[in-house]
Ligand binder design. Structure first.
Ligand SMILES: C[S@@+](CC[C@H](N)C(=O)[O-])C[C@H]1O[C@@H](n2cnc3c(N)ncnc32)[C@H](O)[C@@H]1O
Length: 257
């Protein structure tokens, strides 16, 4: 397990990288129907969000440019959104104003929000806390924030995409490059190709054990692929690879107790 200060590392990386996400964010904020993950999987296939969120208190953990929060606000939710990067929040605030979305943005760490217990009906993370925070930390915080019976939905990299990724950061291949057993994530800060921050992931059985230990029931587990017509390479995963192997995973959980 790495010892790097992942919080300040990831914060600095996202502050520096925020400018590169503005155009993508502008497109996603404008969408009528949500698209998810690197390959734009359709909401009608994934059901990430309740169709009607009227009167629901919702929180996005690691909101980045805020488009998921924008979609929830449009569905009627009262939305809180937290992110550790001031620069990402600047984009989110600008786009929320442009779209007339009333969202309470907070600059802070999604592992320790400082928000009250049991204040939310719904929590979500798409490539936010779901990959940038150690699971045992941010999942406990999500559980604390949810009301009993509240839902947590999160999307991140599939463990298979990590073990097929070479150690130098070059695109995924059909060969195993890392052990699966003992998986905790990866430090991408010093790789040769497209360096970024420190990400976290677990084996499927470790995710399941952690959910049970914290007090979440699994309502649904989904494995996502690139669409048949996809081409090119996104986030170091070639479309050809992602059509045959799951590139992302979505967990739909419910707080018990
Ligand atoms: C790829 S963005 C995902 C958010 C959103 N779906 C988007 O694409 O704009 C990742 C975000 O996670 C944020 N993040 C990383 N670590 C965090 C932490 N500990 N607490 C809150 N946000 C964090 C980063 O600042 C970044 O804005």
């Amino acid at each position: 397990m790495m010892t790097r200060d992942y919080l300040s590392t990831n914060k600095a990386i996202w502050n520096a990288d925020a400018v590169n996400w503005v155009t993508i964010a502008e497109r996603l904020w404008r969408l009528e129907t949500p698209e998810w993950g690197t390959w734009g999987n359709a909401e009608e296939d994934l059901s990430m969000l309740p169709a009607d969120m009227t009167d629901m208190d919702a929180i996005e953990l690691g909101c980045g440019t805020g488009y998921v929060s924008g979609w929830m606000a449009r569905r009627g939710a009262r939305v809180t959104a937290i992110d550790i990067s001031a620069e990402q929040l600047t984009t989110a605030l600008g786009l929320a104003a442009e779209h007339g979305a009333d969202i309470a943005f907070i600059e802070g760490n999604a592992e320790a929000t400082g928000l009250p217990d049991a204040a939310f009906d719904f929590a979500i993370s798409e490539y936010g806390a779901s990959i940038w925070c150690p699971p045992d930390k941010w999942l406990r915080e999500a559980w604390r924030l949810l009301r009993p019976g509240g839902q947590l939905v999160f999307l991140g990299n599939h463990p298979l995409s990590l073990i097929c990724s070479p150690l130098d950061g070059s695109p995924a291949v059909r060969t195993l490059h890392r052990p699966y057993r003992g998986m905790w994530g990866a430090d991408w800060t010093e790789v040769e190709f497209e360096p970024t921050g420190v990400c976290f992931n677990l084996t499927i059985s470790s995710w399941m054990d952690l959910f049970a230990e914290i007090g979440f029931d699994v309502a649904r587990y989904q494995e996502l692929y690139a669409p048949q017509l996809a081409s090119g390479t996104r986030a170091a995963i070639p479309a050809d690879w992602a059509r045959s192997y799951p590139v992302e995973q979505v967990w739909h959980l419910r707080r018990i107790g």
